[in-house]
Design a protein around this ligand. Structure first.
Ligand code: NDP
Length: 326
């Protein structure tokens, strides 16, 4: 065994609210966690402007600020937060093996997966421009809908998420225009009926987004094209919501962990345990339903507690602190 292989009691993969909460609990339980931040340190929240629905912040906080606070809190108790991207794992043996940036190898007694999910976007240049500017493009109505109270917004998508989010927005906004690219919804009938029966939701079928229009800083309208007639219209809107699905960041776990058909990790009901002993999951990597910072944080706590109990049940390894094999 190479002496460059590090052995850790608890490796946390991912730096969103799930990962940092797991880190806070794991470090306070003397598990000496090491947390790898991944490609997007701070996770999805770093693309959100203002977070107003996380309890404890009565005046709100920006997503990036909140993630810095969480990191500080985890580090205060001794979490070793590192830059790096986990590129490969091997969970087939008793020791869980993990590779950082395809180079460094780590042997882990426990692994907490908090790799999250990524919202899918259309990929239009104008959409990405206003997303990066924080000027009115969002993939989370529950997070950002409040900022568009009494305004007109556009939402794209026709699955259950799009229906749920369109309905959520209809309670806040003056008008919601829903762009459906085909001549039918993908959503369940009941969800479709709900949006169809909401007076301030206008549904445009067979309609694709051509461009998100703005004044250079904020979104002002959405240009859309009817695929059947070719007609192009400009819909006045201050918000453009994308609800075309999420992709869980779980590709590297395929073949080791049980995943559902979309790639979400299947956890044992009521716990963070996966099908592999010593490997736990928290946050959006296993949650396609709630997807909130607070639910991710809650499951991060669960994962740390489950990992702690697992280590305690194997107390020989629990006494080993972060060290290097010789
Ligand atoms: P889905 O994959 O079910 O739906 C994605 C939708 O986005 C489809 O209508 C799809 O269109 C559309 N879409 C994809 N790409 C584009 C594009 N480039 N341009 C325009 N439209 C596009 O994702 P969801 O997030 O809605 O749902 C994921 C899973 O979570 C589902 O199993 C769903 O049932 C579940 N869920 C359940 C909820 C509940 O029960 N309360 C709430 C939310 C989600 P097309 O149909 O043409 O492919």
């Amino acid at each position: 065994m190479s002496d460059s292989i590090e052995r850790v009691k608890c490796l946390i993969i991912g730096s969103g609210p799930a990962g940092y909460t797991a880190a806070i609990y794991a470090s306070r339980a003397n598990m000496n966690p090491i947390l790898y931040q991944g490609a997007q340190p701070g996770g999805q929240l770093t693309t959100t402007n203002e977070v107003e629905n996380f309890p404890g912040y009565p005046d709100g906080i920006t997503g990036p600020e909140m993630m810095m606070e969480l990191q500080k809190q985890a580090e205060r108790f001794g979490t070793d937060v590192r830059n790096g991207w986990i590129t490969k794992v091997d969970f087939s043996g008793e020791v869980h093996k993990v590779w950082v940036n395809d180079e460094k190898e780590i042997y882990c007694d426990t692994v907490i997966i908090s790799t999250g999910a990524s919202a899918k976007y259309l990929g239009l240049e104008s959409e990405q421009k206003y997303l990066k500017l924080g000027g009115g493009v969002s993939a989370c109505a529950v997070c950002d809908g409040f900022f568009y109270r009494n305004q007109e917004v556009v939402i794209v998508g026709a699955g259950d998420s799009a229906c749920e989010e369109a309905h959520y927005l209809s309670n806040l906004c003056k008008k919601v225009t829903m762009l459906v690219r085909r001549d039918e919804f993908r959503a369940s009938k009941i969800m479709e009926a709900r949006v169809r029966n909401t007076p301030n939701i206008e549904i445009l079928m067979n309609t694709e987004t051509e461009e998100v229009i703005g004044d250079g800083q904020l979104v002002t309208a959405v240009k859309a094209r009817n695929k059947e007639t070719g007609e192009v219209i400009e819909i006045p809107a201050t918000g453009f919501f994308v609800a075309i699905g999420h992709k869980p960041n779980t590709d590297i776990f395929k073949g080791f962990l049980e995943l559902d058909e979309t790639g979400y990790i299947i956890n044992k009901p009521g716990s963070s345990r996966t099908n592999i002993e010593g490997v736990f999951v928290s946050g959006d990597a296993a949650d396609h339903v709630y997807r909130q910072a607070i639910t991710a944080a809650g499951t991060g706590c669960m994962a740390a507690l489950d990992a702690e109990r697992y280590l305690a049940s194997k107390d020989a390894t629990f006494e080993v602190s972060t060290s290097t094999y010789n």
